[in-house]
Each structure stands twice: as structure tokens, then as C-alpha cells.
Design a protein around this ligand. Structure first.
Ligand code: GTP
Ligand code: MG
Length: 170
């Protein structure tokens, strides 16, 4: 999984793994600074990438982490699916669109996962979903419907788990 710093990657991983201390989470962006690989059962792994767009660390490091992620993804080879996490409370960001086209250009199947749905009311939820669907419909190779989730209250986790199982085990 990939996404901007603080979008909730590690929290979602913990929720998916039904554990609360597998991946370190934090209030400050940039908590995950290494790529972490977690074994999640027979033959499946989760890759928790450090967040992008964390500018406090400076441009060089941001560029570096992209290069590192690129090498890592190529070296690991058979990535079943890239979960691109985006924050439900933000408009669609240029950096998210760049990440999306970058993953698609590497030939990775991508699903967009909209995080922290508990922060929005129903109307706001459907709005951000519609906005993303409009973007996704212009990008072949990506799931057309984004998955809206909350690691806090568990919303959308069934859908996401099903997607993950399908990606890993067919
Ligand atoms: P980096 O490792 O810095 O890239 O961040 P990350 O994407 O791994 O985010 P992390 O899981 O550490 O979560 C960042 C903050 O968002 C923490 O304070 C979490 O408690 C909070 N958070 C994560 N998921 C949710 C959610 O679904 N709902 C709410 N309300 N808060 C969340
Ligand atoms: Mg993290």
C-alpha cells in the first residue's frame, strides 16, 4: 500500500491484519520511514511503503524515496495489487494523481482506497467517491470504484478484505 504521509496506511494495515501493533502509526506525518514487508498468511505479503509528499524532510529525500520505492517494486516483482490510499478530507491532490499514473505506468493493478471515512458525513462521503470515480474512469487499468474505509470504525473493511483476498489468492 502507498499514499501520502499520515493518510493512514499503517493503521489500515493493522486493521486488515486484525492487530493493533503490527505497524507503527503516528500523529505526525512521516512515521514510517522504511518500507516494511509483513507476512499475512500463506504466501501473502503486505508492503507498507513510507508516505510520499512529506516535504518537511526536504526535496532530496522525497525524490530518493520515490527512486527507492521504484527499485523495490521492480525487484519484488509480482505485486498482486497496489492499494493507493487517499485522504477523504482532501480534494484530489496532484501528488496522488502522479502516484496513480506512476503505478499504472509500471503496469501495477491499482485500487484507490479512500481513508478516514469516519470524519465525513454521508453526503461528503458520496461526493469524494464520485470525484474519484470521475478520475478513475479516465485511467484504464485501475478499479473504477474506490473503496471508502475507516480504520477507526471498520467501515468498508469487508469490501477491502475481499479485494485483498481476491488479489492474493484469485
Ligand atoms: P506515515 O507512516 O507517516 O506515512 O503515515 P501513515 O500513512 O502510515 O498513517 P498512520 O496509520 O500512522 O495514521 C496517521 C494518523 O491518522 C494517526 O493519528 C491515526 O490514528 C490516524 N488515522 C488513521 N486511520 C484513521 C481513520 O480511519 N480514522 C481516523 N479518524 N483517524 C485515522
Ligand atoms: Mg506508516
Amino acid at each position: 500500500m502507498a499514499g501520502r504521509s499520515n493518510v493512514g496506511k499503517s493503521s489500515l494495515l493493522n486493521r486488515l491484519a486484525r492487530s493493533h501493533h503490527l505497524a507503527r502509526t503516528g500523529r505526525m506525518p512521516g512515521k514510517t520511514t522504511l518500507a516494511n514487508l509483513y507476512e499475512i498468511g500463506t504466501g501473502g505479503y503486505f508492503l507498507d511503503l513510507p508516505g510520499y509528499g512529506y516535504m518537511q524532510r526536504g526535496r532530496d529525500e522525497a525524490t530518493d524515496s520515490r527512486a527507492i520505492a521504484g527499485r523495490l517494486l521492480r525487484r519484488l516483482g509480482n505485486i498482486s495489487r497496489m492499494l493507493l490510499l487517499v485522504d477523504s478530507r482532501r480534494d484530489i491532490l496532484e501528488s496522488d494523481l502522479q502516484a496513480l499514473s506512476w503505478f499504472l505506468s509500471m503496469g501495477l493493478p491499482v485500487s484507490v482506497v479512500i481513508t478516514k471515512s469516519d470524519k465525513l458525513n454521508r453526503q461528503e462521503q458520496s461526493r469524494i467517491k464520485m470525484d474519484w470515480m470521475a478520475v478513475l474512469s479516465r485511467n484504464p487499468g485501475v478499479d473504477l470504484t474506490p473503496i471508502l474505509v475507516s480504520s477507526k470504525n471498520g467501515d468498508g473493511m469487508d469490501l477491502l478484505s475481499a479485494k485483498v483476498s481476491e488479489s492474493l489468492y484469485g
